[in-house]
Design a protein around this ligand. Structure first.
Ligand SMILES: [Zn+2]
Length: 339
């Protein structure tokens, strides 16, 4: 019996040593230690062993079983380790590979221009105010001294929603809302989107942006207007920038003017950029019309003020020397990421 056990053990160990896969180890376990395995068969044949020998043989069977199990466990551990190592070898991370690119967007040229304008005026003590894009006829026209039958209404090619409501054609309507609050003095700029039924071309779009400014206080004169806007131009286009005011007509201001700045490309000598004139038209402005003041409940005998309006796209186009306004709206990343 002892010899038989020794033989089983030797065979089992030899098979374990020769096996090269985990499932083969499992087969060996079943064939020696399983219910129908060889060791179990030995235990079953115990009935043939003399009664006094049985404990001794039982012990020998158990010892053989334990030895085979220990060797099996060792082999299994070794094999699992080898499998893991092979896997780690195959899945090595190459730290020299380029990292996945993280694309960070940035501000649109319009936004950069707006932040610049806001920075300048906030620095002069102005408040930034926003108003509704859908307006009544009253706020967009009438309260700005443009009565129902005035030809200026036609010029603005307005988008009407119905007889009373329309998409604002100018951010000046925000000024009226502010004046009606009866909190004086007023120093504000109102940036925002405006709408006109213009055909799209290099300098026109049915939707664009304006920044409107308004100052109302006692003793405000045209000198305040000139000083403020000249400082604005110098901050925006450089210290040597000169300004020039040309008489103009707007309904809501009297007197009214258009302001030109000296060409920041040629310094006023005349170049292709300024079409040889040395000047670039930049904004419209004027002293707030007494009618506009009194319609909003402000006494024009006591208060006066000035207002101005500048196209945001115009500033962005000039600052970045972009020659077609449509480029600002096409949202072509290759174009926008240049700024
Ligand atoms: Zn020029």
């Amino acid at each position: 019996m002892k010899e038989r056990l020794e033989q089983i053990k030797a065979e089992a160990l030899k098979q374990i040593q020769n096996s090269d896969a985990l499932d083969k180890l499992n087969e060996i376990r079943v064939s020696y230690l399983g219910k129908k395995g060889e060791l179990t068969a030995v235990l079953k044949s115990m009935k043939d062993v003399a009664a006094e020998e049985r404990p001794k043989v039982g012990q020998m069977v158990n010892e053989t079983r334990q030895e085979i199990e220990a060797v099996l466990a060792q082999a299994k551990e070794k094999m699992e380790k080898a499998v893991l190592e092979a896997r780690l070898q195959n899945e090595t991370i190459d730290v020299t590979l380029p990292a996945k690119k993280n694309n960070v967007g940035h501000r649109h040229p319009n936004t950069i221009a707006l932040e610049e304008v806001e920075r300048i005026f906030v620095g002069m003590g102005y408040e930034v105010v926003e108003g509704p894009e859908v307006e009544t006829d009253y706020y967009n026209f009438e309260a700005l001294n443009i009565p129902a039958d005035h030809p200026a209404k036609d010029e603005q090619d307005t988008f009407y929603i119905n007889g009373d409501f329309l998409l604002r054609t100018q951010t000046s309507s925000t000024q009226v809302h502010e004046m009606e609050k009866e909190k004086l003095p007023i120093r504000m700029i109102a940036p925002g989107r405006v709408f006109r039924s213009d055909e799209v071309d290099a300098t026109h779009s049915p939707s664009f942006h304006q920044v409107e400014g308004l100052v109302i206080d006692r003793h405000i004169t045209f000198a305040d207007l000139k000083g403020t806007l000249a400082e604005f131009a110098r901050e925006l286009f450089g210290e040597d920038t000169k300004v020039k005011f040309r008489p103009h007509h707007f309904n809501f201001t009297e007197p009214s003017a258009e302001m030109d700045v000296s060409c920041f490309k040629c310094g006023g000598k005349g170049c292709r950029f300024c079409k040889g004139s040395g000047w670039i038209e930049i904004l419209g402005c004027g002293m707030v019309h007494p009618n506009v003041l009194s319609m909003s409940g402000i006494d024009p005998e006591k208060y006066s003020g000035f207002a101005f309006g500048v196209g945001l796209e115009r500033i962005a186009l000039l600052k970045y020397e972009i020659d077609d306004m449509r480029l600002l709206y096409e949202n072509d990343i290759r174009f926008l990421k240049q700024f």
